[in-house]
Design a protein around this ligand. Sequence first.
Ligand code: A3P
Length: 275
Amino acid sequence: RKGNATKEQIRLHNLVQQLPRALIIGVRKGGTRALLEMLNLHPAVVKASQEIHFFDNDQNYARGIDWYREKMPFSFPHQITIEKSPAYFITEEVPERIFKMNSSIKLLIIVREPTTRAVSDYTQVLEGKERKNKTYHKFEKLAIDGNTCEVNTKYKAVRTSIYTKHLERWLKYFPVEQFHIVDGDRLITDPLPELQLVERFLNLPSRISQFNLYFNATRGFYCLRFNIVFNKCLAGSKGRIHPEVDPTVVAKLRNFFHPFNQKFYQITGRTFSWP
Ligand code: A3P
């Protein structure tokens, strides 16, 4: 057996392992897993289940493109394969490497209000530290420079939320039309319209419907219904409770991100009502 398909099935159905024709390149904590799983509801989409980290990890990249292809699921030739590795968005070498593989690849970026995303990022790291019984600084201490009382731009969770800085690096390789921006805040509250925009961007017929998505009150999130017998919610690590953050720090961060957000709206043509 290879993946989920038997040798016989592979031969009978002409199944192939295809390089991705679309990538979810980021942003970490934007809702990248939810987006991939939800797009996978579409019959013409297959997903690489794991983050492959081919383009951002030098060791993996050195293994070559055939190694990457072999990580892909079997699919029908008409289907499109999607992979997501959120580290791609912020890693210097990645745009050029992806360009060399396929200069016309479609690139998806899912974003959330930058301060919320930074807190989500912090919460994930905090959970990792706690699991190892380690103590960790408070968010406020990391996000604000103790000497200047200004926003600490060296803190990774802050830097990752300066979306325009990263996007500008990508635009040296790919025209803006090759990117589609997904509203990660709306994917949480009302996913279908966001998914329909992605279907259109990928030139796929509209197939994902309200039937495929149902709100699970216990989880507090939308879950996925593939058919009448099979449904699933995302893992419990998606949708963590964020710590409360000092409102003056939140205000400082929002002020800090504001001009970068304006630039991001201007470049992408997609405006959000971020404060
Ligand atoms: P929080 O943990 O901050 O709530 P990523 O997959 O990129 O790490 O993003 C994780 C985020 O996806 C979660 O952030 C959560 O809010 C969001 N998300 C969006 N839709 C979701 C869904 N249907 N189920 C669970 N989490 C979802």
